[in-house]
Design a protein around this ligand. Sequence first.
Ligand code: PGA
Length: 256
Amino acid sequence: MEVIIQPTPEAASQVAARLIARLFREKPAAVLGLATGSTPVLLYRELVRMKLDWQRVTTFNLDEYVGLAPDHPASYHHLMEENLFRHVNIHAENVHIPDGQAQNIPEFCQGYEAQIRAGGGIDLQVLGIGTDGHIGFNEPTSSLASRTRIKTLTLETRRDNAHFFGSEDAVPRHVITMGIGTILDARNILLLAFGDHKAAAVAGAVEGPVSAMNPASALQLHPLVTFVVDKAAASVLRKTEYYRWVYDNKPNWQRA
Ligand code: PGA
């Protein structure tokens, strides 16, 4: 795992945007896995500002709330549209987000997995991390081999996300999310985390044991994972000096 520590969320988002820009240069028909929540919003702003060419890019989002219509202001369809898709030249048919209103959820989930496979697999998956270590909406105790499916949110996540809905009670109980196995199939993984409320989850993911109690720790099993975090989210890590040393001594060809 590589851990890149930046002074601010803005600086971290710029590093992440440069990694995505490099992927688009190398592979204009890239398949990008995308995340929602508050964390990637700065990254999307930076990607929009960079005016990249999204003409041949395909995207798959990690998750969506069950029961929300795409135009619900707290839906992830809406968040993606407002923060990224309506500002770039991506083709609507290349955008994939789980359908929170699917009538047959298991069938929809199988189809979503099939679409990812048919698209050639995900080249780079962007992730946030929950305060409980979730990636996508794979809450603690999720199977590390899980695939796209319905999940029930923890009380902690519903509390964390209440600000999107106005109240905790309004946060849906269920979601559709790519599984941890689905995420681990991506060729590269880029996880962003900002703020001291994420510090314990980040430390558990990078330096803790691999455990379903911190789903992000499963990323230790993947060969190409980059955590880009701000100083606050790095504050509980024990090997920060080493991570900084690695970054400062990167060979030029590895730099974004
Ligand atoms: P946040 O959520 O970006 O809103 O903090 C992260 C996540 O739940 O993955």
